[in-house]
Design a protein around this ligand. Structure first.
Ligand code: FES
Length: 123
């Protein structure tokens, strides 16, 4: 395991992301409502740059919405720019393609700095 300091937390405003390269791996760091998430910039579908996609919400409809069509999860759904697979940025799981998920990395903020942990398997 190796911990990398990648940037100051203030460099990523809420609802945005930065792409960094750590140990030769492109990683997207997302700030969702003040909490940080880190994912490899590699889509499990066909290898697209998923972390560069639109970060938005989605339409939901079901028993939980009383079957009304509502827009929710603003800034929490990432759409891969290659074929629009949708990923829940809080978990890395695809919503429509349940077997797919982005590779995630532990991320912490210490002394205002974002730190990511990579394992020896990540290189
Ligand atoms: S490569 Fe990401 S959806 Fe196809």
């Amino acid at each position: 395991m190796a911990k990398y300091e990648v940037m100051h937390a203030s460099e990523i405003s809420e609802g945005s992301r930065q792409i960094v390269t750590v140990a030769g791996i492109e990683i997207g760091i997302f700030n969702v409502k003040g909490k940080f998430y880190a994912y490899r910039n590699l889509c499990p579908h066909e290898g697209g740059s998923a972390c560069k996609g639109a970060l938005t919400g989605h339409l939901a409809q079901g028993p939980e919405t009383n079957w009304d069509l509502i827009w929710d999860r603003e800034d929490e759904i990432l759409y891969c720019p290659s074929h629009a697979t949708d990923f829940d940025i809080l978990t890395g799981e695809s919503i429509a393609r349940k077997l797919m998920r982005l590779q995630s990395y532990p991320v912490k903020v210490e002394d205002g700095k974002i730190k990511i942990t990579l394992s020896e398997l990540d290189s």
